[in-house]
Design a protein around this ligand. Structure first.
Ligand code: ATP
Ligand code: MG
Length: 302
């Protein structure tokens, strides 16, 4: 296991950060930690990278207890909402981080070029960070995290300031790292991002993990069926209520939950037999959004 935690818990005084978090992440996985504001995602990651100490519990990274100095050299970390000194240029910042990682001079020059290229900032390193857009600031932060060619990368909401193209570019970087056997832990509340990129997911709410598993397991269960029907009438609606008493009708679209794909054919027959003209019938998996909203009651933890 690349990441393993056993009942890791953090209290800030009396205030709960997170409690009894147990996760295991295999090598070469992108693991998504998903949760609403204040759920405990950043607290958890800060404990793993050694910025704050757990109140209780244990954690291991790359087989070593958290805090191990040699392991830190193999870890990249992009904090949330970071602010770098604005008088520095991008190049200054990267050189500073390279020296923190104790990269040798020649290697650090090459690595800085590589990471600038990876995050699409080549040519901008000469300018002060104060002149960077929000998206560029997020990219330079990601470049710092990538400097040591990390085996394990922690990204705390890496795309919050990025436009859709920037988000896709960060997604592609994560996928590229995975293809080289690297492991990524991604903190996010962007459901579509987590759904598309993560191999496994843990959902955290009010400091505790409420569900975890591989992405397919998390999304398995009910299917959502969308039927496009002209001539919706009460007998169609009543017959479909047998499958889902809370079905939704919006103009000529009926949306209902079904147990399995086997129901699709009989539903098509039922609509037609009751006088409806069927133009479309599409089953899809329940979205991560539904799973998330059902598990998480919403609102900041106070
Ligand atoms: N330094 C601190 N002192 C006291 N309480 C804190 C501290 N840092 C975090 N907390 C509290 O711990 C809980 C978890 O916060 P955390 O920042 O880990 O959540 P998060 O899931 O990262 O939220 P967000 O999505 O808003 O970044 C919150 O109730 C927060 O108020
Ligand atoms: Mg956070």
């Amino acid at each position: 296991m690349v990441i393993e935690t056993v009942d890791i818990t953090k209290y800030y005084g009396k205030k709960l950060g997170c409690r009894n978090v147990c996760i295991s992440v295999d090598k070469g996985q992108i693991f998504g930690l998903l949760g609403p504001n204040g759920a405990g995602k950043s607290t958890f990651v800060k404990m793993l990278v050694g910025l704050i100490h757990p109140t209780s519990g244990k954690g291991f990274l790359l087989g070593k207890p958290i805090g191990d100095i040699n392991t830190r050299k193999k870890i990249g970390y992009l904090p949330e909402n970071f602010k770098y000194q604005e008088w520095m240029t991008g190049a200054d910042l990267l050189s500073f981080h390279a020296s923190l990682y104790k990269l040798d001079k020649r290697l650090s020059h090459e690595r800085i070029e590589d990471v600038l290229h990876l995050v699409k900032l080549s040519g901008n390193e000469r300018y002060k960070i104060s002149t960077y857009s929000k998206g560029m600031q997020q990219r330079i932060g990601l470049a710092c995290a990538l400097l040591p060619e990390p085996d394990l990368l922690f990204l705390d909401e890496p795309t919050s300031a990025l436009d859709p193209i920037g988000r896709k570019e960060v997604r592609d970087i994560m996928l590229e790292l995975r293809s080289h056997g690297k492991t990524v832990l991604l903190n996010s509340h962007l459901l579509s991002e987590v759904e598309t990129v993560c191999d496994s997911i843990a959902i955290i709410n009010k400091g505790e993990i409420v569900k975890q598993g591989n992405t397919d397991e998390i999304l398995e269960g009910k299917l959502v069926l969308e039927a496009v029907v002209e001539g919706i009438n009460s007998s169609i609606i009543n017959s479909l209520k047998k499958y889902d008493s809370e079905l939704i009708i919006n103009n000529n679209k009926i949306t209902l939950s079904i147990e399995s794909k086997d129901n699709v054919h009989e539903i098509a027959c039922m609509i037609v037999e009751n006088g409806g003209r069927l133009y479309g019938l599409t089953p899809r998996r329940e979205s991560l959004e539904n799973v998330f909203i059902n598990l998480v009651e919403g609102g900041d933890q106070v």
